[in-house]
Design a protein around this ligand. Structure first.
Ligand code: AMP
Length: 370
């Protein structure tokens, strides 16, 4: 695992010696493991292979807001194509995912890793190679310009050269290749204003070879919600076939945090449409049968899990913002009916089960976008 991510990221790989004195490491991301799987199964795969994978990863980082030691990443990758359409597909799929989650705006900061390497190479010194410079530049967001300059000079780059380096980077224009890729992504439905050329974007990992990007949403400033790029040599370097690849890793936990912050997640109680109350042990089976029928009809239903006074059960529904309550007492049981109470108005209706089902079915919110 070590030696593929680069010096800075290698420090974040969890390694330890197990009880059998073996050196082991925990999964840092899903790209290096994917490359390993491709090496192993290269002969079974079609020339173009797409995959997604959702799994936990581990980083020996200092935990803080939006930064955990264990978190979930959702990866998408296309292997076997070096055409920019594959890059554009990854951007479009990422955009579609954020749109489906109802984020009003998604922003992609894009850069060209090869362009960055070419621009920075003249600034490399015997003691500080271009990757080391990129790893420092990657901290611009976190540290700001002054501290990045200090780190560069600490690495042995002359102060004037360090300043020249930053202003050269800031003055770069997007390459033709990057402009072409951006136009392909626009054809696939990503709004042009979402695709922002960001010459200082570095991405810390050493294995990127072409386009690199990070995704963020306005209103959530803790950090990027995802990042990715093209890594054409990694699979070969891991002993596999020399296959080009491009992909994205989305940070599930941060996406959740951002969605919560932007109020995109309805409260769990909001999704319950009906509370079925319990009256007494004689009527309980009928209440439970009713709950079963409601659930079978796709109506989100909660059963009050205790025998308590009706007023307490109604207060519970009100506190949880459950819009409807079903009451089945002895009277309802005898008439083979139920009472449906609309909490907002207090209105009570005596209905048959099928009448209640048809009324409530109309109130079920549409299924989320798949
Ligand atoms: P990376 O390839 O390291 O940029 O990771 C991809 C995405 O995973 C980032 O854009 C974040 O959304 C998320 N991520 C990275 N590190 C952490 C962390 N320590 N805790 C939570 N999410 C993280």
């Amino acid at each position: 695992m070590l030696g593929k991510y680069g010096h800075e990221a290698d420090k974040l790989v969890y390694t330890f010696t197990d009880r059998g004195d073996r050196q082991v490491g925990l999964r840092y991301d899903q790209t290096v493991p994917l490359a390993r799987v491709l090496s192993q199964h290269q002969h079974q795969l079609l020339p173009h292979f797409r995959r997604y994978q959702i799994q936990n990863v581990f980083r020996a980082d200092k935990p803080q807001k939006g930064r955990f030691r264990e978190f979930t990443q959702c990866d998408l990758d296309i292997i076997g194509s070096s055409h920019p359409v594959a890059d554009a597909e990854i951007l479009a799929a990422t955009f579609t995912a954020f749109k489906a989650l109802k984020f009003p705006q998604t922003v992609f900061h894009l850069n060209d890793r090869q362009g960055l390497i070419d621009t920075l190479s003249p600034f490399a010194t015997a003691g500080t190679d271009v990757f080391s410079i990129i790893q420092t530049l990657d901290k611009l967001d976190k540290l700001g310009q002054e501290r990045v300059l200090a780190e560069l000079t600490g690495k042995g780059i002359q102060p004037e050269a360090a300043s020249a380096l930053l202003s050269t980077i800031n003055g770069l224009r997007p390459s033709d290749a990057l402009n072409h890729l951006i136009s392909l992504a626009v054809s696939l439905g990503v709004p042009a204003e979402s695709l922002i050329f960001t010459p200082t974007l570095a991405r810390g990992l050493d294995y990127y070879t072409g386009m690199i990007f990070e995704v963020s949403v306005p209103g959530y400033e803790t950090g990027a919600l995802g990042g990715g790029g093209r890594y054409d040599r990694l699979i070969g370097e891991l002993g596999g076939p020399d296959l080009p690849a491009v992909g994205v890793g989305l940070g599930f936990d941060r996406i959740l945090e951002a969605a919560e912050q932007l109020n995109l997640i309805p409260g769990t109680s909001d999704s319950v449409l009906v509370l079925v109350t319990l009256f007494d042990s004689t009527t309980t089976p009928q209440s439970l049968e009713t709950a079963k029928s409601l659930r079978q009809a796709g109506i989100p239903t909660e059963v009050f899990p205790n025998l308590d006074t009706l007023s307490k059960q109604l207060a519970f529904a009100s506190k949880k913002h459950i819009p409807f309550v079903i009451i089945i007492g002895e009277e309802e049981l005898g008439a083979n009916q139920l009472t449906l109470k609309t909490m907002a108005t207090g209105e009570q209706e005596h209905l048959s089960l099928s009448q209640a089902l048809s009324k409530l079915s109309k109130r079920v919110p549409a299924a989320p976008v798949q």
